[in-house]
Design a protein around this ligand. Structure first.
Ligand code: DAH
Length: 332
């Protein structure tokens, strides 16, 4: 019976084409060819069925339905299989979850420094940098620190033995005040800069001391700069960083490079914190860089970066910043 043979041929062709379809687009084309309702090979078979004799029709009709549903099923199975990702490629089960990638974070001190620069930038202070290996002129002499001052004791500083022979005495800078000199040497007033960076002192390491830490140095020199400007800038800075009104207090003090000099304290959440030193730039310092102290005045300050950051985040030990313990660092 020609119709039966045609049904068999149809099924064989369909099964082969379904197996050969290698992606979702291909199986869709196969489906349209073999099962399409408007045209396609199934339509042709249906037309053929209409022409067979009445006694053959029940047998052929049943056979037609069986073949059709088998092809439909095979097509649907292949479609499902092709829409799933391959489970295994070269023996690797690609459906297993991957190992999570841990993203790094910006170190809390770097975050603090970036924020300090941003706040001071809004107050008109541009960022300046200086070397961490310094000569005695920039670390001491130009800052009006005389030869016999205790801060120059070799035991209070990290002198570099190797550099001395070739270049004269060199040390790791003990304060960022060096950058005041480097900036003023290079440009005439007015000056309004901050410099944030590392300083080094051979202190005994404990919860509040480290032999390396960070300072933010500020310097403003112009006509008619006063201590009121200094206090305003420090209060605006502390308030911007801590997000609430902060009281700033000056205590009389002494630094060779400022006159008068003060210690700066800040009161926040009912506790006082020592921030660092400040004052009006000593006329000797202005003269050392070729500025005229009768023309311009200036203020300067040097604040501890770690202290601020510890206070804001409730960190109780400065050493945590340098230990690289990711359990600590991941919290910021
Ligand atoms: N350089 C000082 C220190 O490290 C801090 C300091 C005090 C900086 C007074 C200043 C200043 O600019 O005016 O202890």
């Amino acid at each position: 019976m020609a119709a039966l043979e045609q049904l068999t041929a149809y099924e064989e062709d369909a099964v082969r084409a379904i197996a050969a379809a290698s992606d979702a687009a291909a199986i869709e084309l196969v489906r349209i060819e073999f099962l399409g309702k408007k045209r396609g090979r199934l339509k042709d078979l249906q037309a053929l069925l209409g022409q067979v004799s009445a006694e053959d029709r029940p047998v052929l009709g049943k056979r037609f339905n069986d073949v059709k549903s088998r092809v439909e099923q095979a097509c649907a199975d292949r479609q499902t299989a092709l829409s799933k990702p391959a489970r295994s490629i070269a023996g690797i089960d690609v459906t297993l979850p991957g190992s999570p990638l841990r993203l790094g974070r910006i170190h809390p001190l770097t975050q603090t420094i970036d924020e300090f620069r941003e706040i001071m930038g809004q107050l008109g202070f541009t960022s300046a940098d200086g070397p961490e290996i310094e000569d005695e002129f920039h670390n001491f002499e130009a800052l009006n620190i005389p030869q016999d001052h205790p801060a120059r004791d070799p035991l209070e500083n990290f002198y570099l033995a190797a550099a001395a022979a070739a270049h004269g005495p060199r040390l790791l800078r003990s304060q960022t005040s060096t950058v005041q000199i480097r900036v003023m040497e290079q440009r005439p007033p007015p000056v309004r800069i901050v410099s944030i960076g590392r300083v080094y002192r051979p202190d005994d390491v404990d919860a509040t001391h480290s032999c390396m830490f960070h300072q933010m140095e500020g310097l403003m020199v112009d006509r008619h700069v006063t201590m009121a400007d200094l206090k305003t800038v420090l209060r605006l800075f502390a308030t911007a960083y801590l997000g609430a009104d902060v009281h700033v207090r000056f205590r009389p003090s002494f630094f060779p490079f400022t006159e008068p000099s003060v210690e700066v304290d800040m009161r926040w959440q009912d506790r006082w914190l020592e921030l660092g030193g400040a004052g009006m730039v000593d006329p000797n310092v202005l003269r050392a860089v070729g500025y005229d102290p009768d023309e311009v005045t200036g203020f300067a300050f040097g604040l501890g970066v770690e202290r601020f950051c510890m206070r804001r985040h409730g960190v109780d030990d400065i050493r945590r910043f340098y230990e690289n313990d990711v359990r600590f660092l991941r919290q910021f």
